[in-house]
Design a binder for this molecule. Structure first.
Ligand code: ADE
Length: 262
């Protein structure tokens, strides 16, 4: 209640993310800084951190155990993970759909499309795996998505989870300074971003392309689109498979081709 004005102030958080981790201090520190802190302070994002160890029932607060059948390393036990997620989701509405995401190198590779899908939900649960993996029953009977941030193995799911949270948060309207920034990012329209320059116009003899200083918006837009196409062709031709070129794009492609032929 706002007592001065004697009226109710209703705060609506755009999205809530519950992070299940063995390193809650690390997560709290991350969510209290940079983009996360801004999103929190604007009441656009609610990041809640939960210590999986708080859901153990033994004296040693055991979260891992040896794999049946032998083998190297330890596995995360199912019970604390199930109990943690079930507790966090106990206030969920009956029809509310909440993805439960396990960060794992075995998961689906994270793309802009997948980030957009997650950003469309009001809530998300993220489980950070550790040790040599998690008991398979967590994958089979609890999680709805398994996500990898790339073909390399990290020591745990926390850093990948922060990557996912960052990518989602910057798509929530109002989190970034200008909503346009998220739309012109690399991948947002299927192309890599064009080269960008700021002052000074000449640095160590290296000049900013003249067109960007011209003040002619039409020419600037055309130059940027052409550079995006060129850069994507050079660096990530895989992104152009199935890409829907406009008529103007096809004209630019011809220009690029002609320049290359010279
Ligand atoms: N945990 C360890 N490595 C990972 C990766 N590459 N992506 C997601 N989670 C992980």
């Amino acid at each position: 209640m706002n007592h001065e004005k004697n009226e109710c102030v209703i705060i609506t958080i755009d999205m809530r993310i519950d992070l299940m981790t063995l390193f809650p201090d690390l997560a709290e520190n991350v969510f209290n800084d940079a983009l996360f802190a801004i999103a929190r302070s604007k009441d656009l994002m609610d990041y809640r951190v939960h210590n999986i160890r708080d859901y153990t029932h033994d004296k040693h607060r055991t979260v891992d155990d040896y794999p049946f059948g032998g083998g190297a390393g330890m596995l995360m036990k199912p019970e604390p993970i199930f109990e943690a997620v079930e507790d966090v989701l106990s206030d969920k509405g009956p029809d509310e759909e909440v993805p439960i995401v396990l960060m794992t190198p075995q998961g689906e590779k994270l793309t802009h499309k997948l980030v957009q899908e997650f950003a469309s939900y009001k809530r998300l649960v993220i489980i950070c795996g550790h040790y040599e993996g998690v008991d398979e029953r967590v994958r089979e009977h609890l999680v709805t998505h398994e996500v990898s941030i790339g073909d390399y193995v990290l020591s745990g799911g926390e850093l990948p989870a922060f990557v996912l949270c960052d990518a989602i948060s910057r798509l929530i309207p109002g989190v970034l300074g200008s909503d346009e920034s998220a739309q012109t990012d690399s991948y947002a329209d299927g192309l890599l971003e064009y080269p960008q320059y700021t002052r000074p116009p000449v640095y160590r003899g290296w000049e900013v392309p003249e067109v960007l200083l011209s003040g002619h918006h039409g020419n600037v837009d055309k130059w940027r689109r052409k550079e995006s196409l060129k850069r994507t062709m050079e660096r990530r031709p895989d992104l152009l498979e199935g890409f829907e070129y406009s008529k103007a794009d096809l004209k630019l492609l011809k220009e690029i081709q002609n320049e290359g032929d010279k």
